[in-house]
Design a protein around this ligand. Sequence first.
Ligand code: PFF
Length: 466
Amino acid sequence: MTERQSIHGQWSSRLVFILAATGSAVGLGNVWKFPYITGENGGGAFVIVYLLCIAVVGIPIMMAEIMLGRRGRQSPINTMASLSQEEGANRNWSLVGWSGVLAGFFILSYYSVIAGWALAYVVRASVGEFNGLDAGGVQDLFNGLVGDPERLLAWHTLFMLMSMFVVAKGVKAGLEKAVTFLMPALFVLLVVLVGYAMNTGYFIQGVEFLFKADFNKLIYSCQVVNDLEQCEVSGSPLLVAMGHAFFTLSLGMGAIMVYGSYMPKKASIAGSAILIAVLDTLVALVAGMAIFPIVFANGLEPAAGPGLIFQTLPIAFGAMPGGQFFGTLFFVLLVFAAWSSAISLIEPAVAWLVENRNMTRIRAAAWIGLTTWVLGLGTVFSFNLWSEFKLFDKTFFDLLDYLTANIMLPLGGVLIAVFSGWLMKRESSRDEFAMPSGGYHLWWYLIRYLSPLAVVVVFLHAIGIL
Ligand code: PFF
């Protein structure tokens, strides 16, 4: 096969690809979502399942996505269409690309609202609003923000504009450089927070919560109602852990595939995927080690939900020396981490519009931004005006989050695994990976059997069949 070229350009090196893909993977999922879902699902056992999913499902599927992207060199929709033709499979495999585009819309619509909270907190930290606040004060501050739809809307709008701006300029232009030093800085700051957490006197308790496994908690979901703990059998913690492995690695929707399509031919796919997954996991675990000791030291509830980091970290910043500076810096870096993820959520759709509708990147970004912004209103109102409207016991935001992370991304991932393991010829995948045969065989067994099977088993468990 003669090698295809992407019309959108190429990363300047393997390092740039790794930075961009890590920028996509590391985001709100690591710092905001991982701690709160770990808190809601009982800690240690949940974390172990999540780590297992990263290893046996996440890394092989990430390799598959990069491999398909680099071979197809187009938007995920067109990549899947071309490759299926080339491999003699049904052209409808392009539906994987379409479902990814839809998932990207859905995710960005709420992602932008939460990133808006981080933006709001940059301002709050910088004017010293956290100084000396106790847990109650910080909670009031948080409730004041999410209870006010106008403020949420303003921050959501600002974050969408920021994301559209970068996407319109092209992924290579600005963010590449920013990511190079911002990501390490975020990591250093998280480590500083762990240092603070060590001095709370509750560090061990926090770390135990994160790593000590009580597997009953995976089967029973418990809630404290009127001071009594009520437990029921639930299939959901396993599904949430697996869904989060997809979410945090940006898998199952074409984001990594489209980044792979800009990857230079010679770069190693396996090495890159492993490195990205390890870095992403480290950030999440360090974030957890910073947050849970603060939760316990202040008598807060680990299962507080989406507000968890916004109700805990300000206590630390309000109490530590230099907290005003560190707090501002932390939320600035969190915004950047979210920013570099947001652009990858819409890149698959933008690439398709440029390829098939002959649009400029600017127009494509504007259209997608506007639609996503409108959908985001649903999430804005989920925390105030519509907080009582529930379907399946979930608000609009909860529904979107559940549908995308726990259903659409794993489903997309299974289809990618089936396509690359069963339908693609072995010579093709082998040629694209160009890696030692031991590694290739390991990937091949994982992608054909273990990865899709694990996802299917977790699905069946969640709907009560297993
Ligand atoms: N991985 C991102 C995070 O952890 O915040 C979220 C995300 C980005 C999910 C891109 C999916 C995606 F395609």
